[in-house]
Write a protein that binds this ligand. Structure first.
Ligand SMILES: Nc1ncnc2c1ncn2[C@@H]1O[C@H](COP(=O)(O)OP(=O)(O)OP(=O)(O)O)[C@@H](O)[C@H]1O
Length: 238
């Protein structure tokens, strides 16, 4: 079976600094795949490159059978790859509903857009209750929900989530992780970058540990959850 996303020997540099040093991994349709690793490992750089925001210096990206290596961001979205970025980047002065509508900016099917907005409200009822409120009035966790809901509005074939639990309370983090499990059950394919290795590995089908721009270890989420080295370095065990 051909994977939905194939990344082969991907290299990305900022000037003379090589941040991603030839990584390879794939994502099958219906899977949750996670990239974990310490700060500066190159996870965000990888997602930004897949989104077309950064140009790779080498390697190959194939998404849904099409080369993605030099495709601009709006075309990447049109091909079905959505990115919920680190730091959320919602529009604070627009209402929650307007933020969701912006996620569908490439679509023309107003009926379908309306249905998907309702779906976002089903997934995150708090957003529905506050639909007319400025998005800047939401809490950090609620803004994360909005960022995820907005990314889903382009009906992605693959949803990329960068650090969705960052800065959230344990309860809010659990809610976000439960939503990822629910999205997976609905058939959404997800590439998840997470600092919270325990949570990410618990729900991932496949996982990759990144260190200084390279993939150091790969396996199923459960394999890595029980790996002694991973437990010491990423799960804080002695
Ligand atoms: N705009 C930039 N210009 C120069 N170097 C950068 C830039 N963005 C990131 N880097 C460097 O690239 C490397 C990888 O950073 P990246 O943000 O991809 O890591 P990360 O694994 O996502 O870490 P974090 O969890 O802290 O976000 C780091 O050494 C970082 O300092």
């Amino acid at each position: 079976m051909t994977a939905l996303l194939e990344v082969e020997n991907l290299r990305v540099s900022y000037g003379k600094i090589e941040a991603v040093k030839g990584i390879s991994f794939s994502v099958e349709a219906g899977q949750v795949v996670t990239l974990i690793g310490t700060n500066g490992a190159g996870k965000t750089t990888t997602l930004r490159t897949l989104s077309g925001l950064l140009k790779p210096t080498g390697g190959k990206i194939v998404f849904n059978g099409k080369p993605l290596t030099r495709v601009p961001p709006h075309k990447v979205v049109a091909l079905g790859l959505a990115h919920s970025p680190e730091g959320r980047h919602i529009f604070p002065r627009l209402t929650i509903e307007q933020n969701l509508q912006l996620g569908a900016y490439l679509r023309k099917d107003s009926g379908g857009i309306g249905k998907d907005i309702d779906r976002a409200y089903e997934l995150f009822p708090i957003l529905g209750e506050r639909r007319k409120q400025a998005a800047g009035t939401l809490s950090g966790g609620e803004q994360q929900m909005l960022a995820m809901g907005r990314a889903l509005m382009c009906q992605p074939k693959l949803l990329m989530l960068d650090e969705p639990s960052m800065g959230l309370s344990p309860i809010m983090m659990q809610k976000i992780m439960a939503t990822i499990v629910e999205l997976k059950a609905q058939g959404t394919t997800i590439l998840l970058v997470e600092q919270n290795a325990q949570a990410a590995l618990s729900l991932a089908d496949q996982a990759h540990v990144m260190e200084v721009g390279a993939i150091k270890l790969s396996g199923t989420g459960q394999d890595l959850l029980h790996d002694e080295g991973v437990r010491k370095t990423y799960l804080g065990e002695d």
